[in-house]
Unconditional design. Structure first.
Length: 417
């Protein structure tokens, strides 16, 4: 069974009595008739179309755990989590808790001047852990820059992520050792990389799949649209996992699209599904299903994980300038970690000893992260001039010399004092 979002609206009904689920198509037909009545009718049609689109903006989504931690049935996806054990459930909870702790430490380190920037995943743990644990070792993952939970699932050491945001390295891990690509800062470009890689996987006849992560803001990028086109035409074994956290920095989703994001897949000829992004079980099941389709040669799937960014876009952002506390508090009531804890407790799958032990592990992780970051060496200031050109370049050499003189001026000034 699927359940509706709390903000869902019933579809408008046409004069013929049929429900309008097209997100504006019926309004377009009304516009043709309205044109005969003059400008007033056209304006009324525009308003009607906008209202219809807004009403259909939040349709049903796949949910297996309610915010209260109650298990609900879903005939299509129950099978993908039917065999999950209490130990595995505790593992999902542990993943989310430790990922959140790591994320909190990173935010604090940036505030203390230890990192240049940090993009928090606060509130998106279920979407990332659920989908990340759905992948197989031979699947290949293309992240953006906020997939710290997915990196955790792929075995990437958290301190490597922090090294990149400190400027010590360009990623810090070998993508091929974990089948986890380096973080992509350019918005949306990883979707094309993933599509090309998936096309290669298909040509090689490999029994594996590819998953690309991006946000609702990136879904407006041309690179993402092109990746949809190519993946559909070539039936590429790729899953597009969009974390719709409601805000593209300060731009709300309704200013980016007139239809739910998952419905965009229909125009390209492959399925799309919206899942409760704060429900780790649903994210696990839906992603498993999509990856299975890809491996079976059935082509791409678009997953829209409907979640919320509880914190700032990055540590350079102030979300209080564009959204209110009421919205944030409403989503905090749907906290993905609290949701699974309630289920674990109600099902007697975890006791206080487990939670206490996890708290100790969380403290140990936080301490390790802090110590590792503060022990990192300062980055080589001249590394930016390396590998710009394969054979070197006179202009780069000149810039390097100028920068060296600039750096030396500080030493001379200190010596003079």
């Amino acid at each position: 069974m699927t359940v509706e979002s709390s903000a869902a609206r019933k579809p408008r009904r046409t004069a013929a009595g049929k429900a309008d689920t097209t997100g504006g198509a019926t309004g377009g037909k009304t516009g043709t008739a309205g044109a005969k009545t003059g400008a007033t009718g056209a304006k009324r049609t525009t308003r009607t179309t906008r209202t219809t689109a807004k009403k259909s903006a939040e349709p049903e989504l796949v949910q297996l755990l309610t915010p209260e931690g109650k298990r609900v049935k879903n005939a299509e996806y129950d099978g993908y989590v039917a065999g999950i054990t209490p130990e595995e459930l505790r593992g999902l909870y542990r993943d989310m808790v430790l990922t959140r702790r790591f994320d909190a430490e990173a935010t604090a380190l940036q505030r203390q001047g230890e990192l240049g920037l940090w993009a928090s995943l606060l509130g998106q743990e279920a979407a990332q852990i659920g989908s990340g644990r759905a992948t197989r070792e031979d699947d290949y993952v293309f992240p953006t820059y906020r997939e710290h939970g997915v990196a955790w699932c792929r075995g990437v050491d958290p301190t490597n992520l922090l090294g990149m945001f400190r400027g010590v390295n360009n990623g810090g891990w070998d993508p091929n050792s974990n089948n986890f690509h380096l973080y992509t800062i350019v918005i949306g470009s990883q979707a094309l990389h993933a599509t090309g890689y998936a096309m290669g996987v298909a040509k090689d006849g490999a029994d594996s799949a590819v998953i690309a992560y991006f946000g609702d803001g990136a879904s407006s990028q041309g690179d993402v649209a092109e990746s949809f086109t190519f993946s559909a035409v070539y039936n590429a074994p790729v899953v597009f996992f969009c974390q719709n956290n409601q805000w593209a920095i300060s731009e709300p989703t309704e200013k980016q699209t007139r239809v739910p994001l998952y419905q965009r897949a229909q125009g390209y000829g492959f399925p799309g599904v919206r899942v409760d992004g704060n429900d780790v079980l649903a994210c696990l099941a839906v992603t498993k299903s999509a990856l299975e389709r890809a491996r079976n040669g059935e082509g791409p799937t678009l997953i829209e994980a409907f979640t919320y960014r509880m914190g700032a876009h990055t540590t350079s952002d102030d979300p209080s300038r564009y959204r209110g506390d009421e919205e944030r508090l409403a989503w905090e009531a749907k906290d993905p970690i609290l949701r699974l804890r309630r289920y674990l407790e109600a099902s007697n799958h975890a006791d206080e000893g487990f939670f206490a032990e996890l708290e100790t592990e969380s403290e140990t992780l936080g301490r390790r992260v802090r110590e590792a970051v503060r022990a990192m060496p300062d980055p080589d200031h001249f590394a930016i001039f390396e590998n710009v050109y394969a054979d070197g370049h006179a202009l780069v050499d000149e810039e390097r010399a100028q920068f060296a003189a600039y750096q030396a001026s500080f030493a001379d000034a200190e010596g003079g004092h």
